[in-house]
Design a protein around this ligand. Structure first.
Ligand SMILES: NC(=O)c1ccc[n+]([C@@H]2O[C@H](COP(=O)([O-])OP(=O)(O)OC[C@H]3O[C@@H](n4cnc5c(N)ncnc54)[C@H](OP(=O)(O)O)[C@@H]3O)[C@@H](O)[C@H]2O)c1
Length: 284
């Protein structure tokens, strides 16, 4: 139990597995009310009951949303604001890889849609309740993959040439650019926003990237990176630590501020991505 977190309401997206599940568990252990966002009811309920049992905290709720659908994201924001009167922490964690090019319900390249557009829209739809709950924090789970990211504004949907890692790196660069553009907009509101690299973490996400025979190893940390609990540490640090009270617009790894890709600091690119994202999500 952490007296600073007791009574706070924290939303974690992609909370049924990997880093998101451990982030939700860590927040529940501190005594926060945790709102888990998952796309699959059975997986979500299984994780919810495990988190309640391991934390001893019954205030662990579940909302369902598929981030491959902007309508589902909109419905999530409506359901949340109907059920809760405040939001102290939003952890935008849900993310994925896609071995071949796929499109979302809205017709957008799936990596860009799930990893960037969904959290862009969700965050913007929740900004009023975050501001009304200030001091509040937004934590965006990016990745060092953003260092290799290229935003090709002529083909953001990668319809001409799709590369799995290129699409992933682009989406994670977008998370970082979004963080910096949002921090500028939130100045003076008491709402902070930071992004992070969690480390190379043994989770299900890698199963898409590995050849079939290696897929069972994706979640096994002794073969493949740090554990999900270790991977959640920087998310939890940014979500809860008094040491980062008021800190905003930064990129973190291992709970330390560090530099992100050079291009991510370009305000013109940040703003261009914001405008395109607002247009694609029909958010104004
Ligand atoms: N693992 C790493 O080494 C690493 C490194 C850098 C950054 N990251 C980032 O960390 C975050 C968490 O990933 P993870 O490694 O913990 O992987 P994970 O275990 O696969 O967790 C990803 C979560 O996102 C959810 N998700 C995926 N697609 C979704 C959709 N369309 N709608 C709603 N939820 C969806 C997943 O739900 P399902 O279980 O239903 O698929 C799952 O809960 C991601 O943003 C990832 O890019 C991971």
């Amino acid at each position: 139990m952490d007296p600073l977190m007791a009574g706070k309401i924290c939303m974690v997206t992609g909370a049924n597995s990997g880093i998101g599940k451990e982030t939700a568990l860590g927040l529940a252990k501190m005594g926060a009310t945790v709102v888990m966002v998952c796309r699959n009811r059975a997986k979500g309920e299984a994780a919810q009951s495990a988190i309640k049992q391991q934390s001893g905290n019954e205030s662990v709720d579940l909302l369902l949303a598929n981030f491959a659908s902007l309508q589902s994201v909109r419905q999530l924001a409506i359901s949340f604001t109907q059920q809760y009167s405040r939001l102290d922490v939003l952890v935008n964690n849900a993310g994925s890889f896609f071995g071949r090019r796929m499109v979302s319900v809205d017709g957008y390249e799936m990596t860009f849609a799930v990893n960037h557009l969904a959290s862009f829209l969700l965050t913007n739809l929740l900004l009023d309740i975050l501001k009304a709950s200030a001091p509040a924090r937004i934590v965006n789970v990016s990745s060092d993959a953003q260092m290799a990211g290229i935003l090709n504004f002529d083909d953001l949907q990668m319809s001409k040439r799709y590369r799995m890692f290129g699409a992933y790196a682009q989406s994670k660069l977008a998370n970082t650019l979004f963080t910096y553009a949002l921090a500028r907009r939130l100045e003076g509101t008491g709402v902070t926003v930071n992004c992070l690299h969690p480390g190379v973490v043994a989770t299900n996400i890698w199963s898409q990237a590995l050849p079939g025979f290696l897929r069972p190893l994706a979640g096994v940390s002794r073969f493949f990176g740090i554990t999900a609990a270790e991977g959640a540490r920087t998310s939890l640090y940014l979500a809860t630590s008094p040491a980062v009270e008021g800190v905003t617009g930064q990129y973190f790894a291992s709970s330390q501020a560090k530099s992100s890709a050079k291009i991510s600091y370009d305000p013109a690119i940040q703003e261009r991505l914001w405008q395109v994202s607002a247009q694609l999500t029909q958010f104004s």
